[in-house]
Ligand binder design. Structure first.
Ligand code: GDD
Ligand code: MG
Length: 338
């Protein structure tokens, strides 16, 4: 079984972290998120994955050099953004039988084996995993009759509850008939509505599996804490999670929901809660960090206070500074008085 994992978005809502790190390569607890996605696929019998990204391609090259084992990864060129539909069509020469498509920013323990059996039993052209939500606006809202899909509405304007696209599809190659691979095509706005309107059997696989789209800093932190709490099958961590190469002062106070990556340092009398420190991030003496993401080698100076903030790779808050809700770009220093 093969899968296309969509990893080529710009991750705009995760800026400025995603200015240098593609969203699927941001670590979740102990390793880049894409490892979690690929491992999940491997557990369900996917042995080949096709990836492409017009964005920060070199970063993926490094990831792929380090990744070994199942599934094998085929990297294909996507010179300019093709959108979610165009990117799958661009992979179609590798797809000659039933295949999977996954958004590359979803943490889930969805039972893909059961989803595939469901798809085959119905003889579907496409099966879309669905999850219930209270507010469908950020997602693709799916209307069902039994498990047959009647309509797919991407990003509905009104706050309505419903079952939404969970970003995992089982598709037949025929689902891609006529989808161009040389321009931007949205699978959600163009391909699915056209298949549904044309009468193709499209089914929804509703599941109450763990599911989180890591599209925003808040959701990324939520997913991290859920993984720490053992709420995601296949993830078993100790909370707080401190990499063995992290250095944490004995007098620092750490909440339960803290991740400190390799080489991260937390100084004397510092306080860290509900936050992620990526590799080499530094929290100075007596500094306070809450509800924040510190990118690789980001620095919070002695006595500084940071909350609800996202610091990109190498970003700095000077000693004594205060950064509430701040977004600090790669290598930038928080302007004093901000
Ligand atoms: N290769 C490639 N090329 N990948 C892309 C491109 C592109 O041009 N554009 C986006 N992607 C990838 C992103 O990296 C991400 O993994 C996935 O496609 C979905 O894009 P997002 O930008 O994260 O979309 P979304 O979260 O607003 O909405 C999507 O996901 C929701 C579930 O989380 C839609 O599929 C919704 O219908 C769905 O409910
Ligand atoms: Mg998303």
């Amino acid at each position: 079984m093969k899968a296309v994992v969509l990893v080529g978005g710009e991750g705009t809502r995760m800026r400025p972290l995603t200015e240098t790190i593609p969203k699927p390569l941001i670590p979740l607890v102990d390793r880049p998120f894409l490892h979690h996605v690929l491992d999940h696929l491997a557990r369900h019998g996917v042995h080949e994955v096709i990836l492409s990204s017009p964005y920060l391609e070199a970063r993926f090259a490094t990831f792929l050099e380090e990744r070994h084992g199942d599934p094998a990864v085929t990297w294909i060129t996507e010179a300019s953004p093709l959108g979610t539909g165009g990117a799958v069509a661009n992979a179609s020469r590798h797809l000659d039988e039933t295949f999977l498509v996954c958004n590359g920013d979803i943490l889930t323990d969805l039972d893909l084996t059961a989803m595939l059996a469901f798809h085959r039993e119905r003889g579907a052209t496409g099966t879309i995993a669905l999850t219930p939500v209270d507010d469908a606006r950020p997602y693709g809202l799916v209307e069902l009759d039994g498990d047959r899909i009647l309509a797919f509405r991407e990003k509905p304007p009104d706050r309505v509850p419903g079952t939404v696209n969970a970003g995992t599809y089982v598709l037949e190659p025929a689902a891609l008939d006529g989808v161009p691979a040389d321009r931007m095509v949205s699978i959600e706005r163009e391909v699915f509505p056209r298949l549904i309107d044309g009468g193709a059997p499209m089914h929804g696989f509703v599941s109450d599996a763990y599911w989180m789209d890591l599209g925003t800093p808040e959701k990324y932190l939520r997913a991290t804490f859920d993984a720490l709490e053992g709420r995601v099958a296949g993830h078993d961590y100790r909370a707080p999670y401190l990499d063995h190469r992290a250095q944490v002062s004995l007098t620092a106070r750490l909440g339960r929901w803290v991740v400190a990556g390799p080489g991260a340092r937390i100084g004397r009398d510092a306080e860290v809660e509900d936050s992620v420190l990526l590799a080499g991030a530094v929290v100075g003496e007596g500094a306070v960090v809450r509800d924040s993401i510190l990118g690789p080698r980001a620095e919070v100076g002695d006595g500084a206070r940071v909350s609800g903030a996202v610091l990109a790779e190498g970003a700095r808050v000077p000693p004594g500074g205060a950064a509430e809700g701040a977004r600090i770009g790669p290598g930038a220093t928080l302007a004093t008085g901000a």
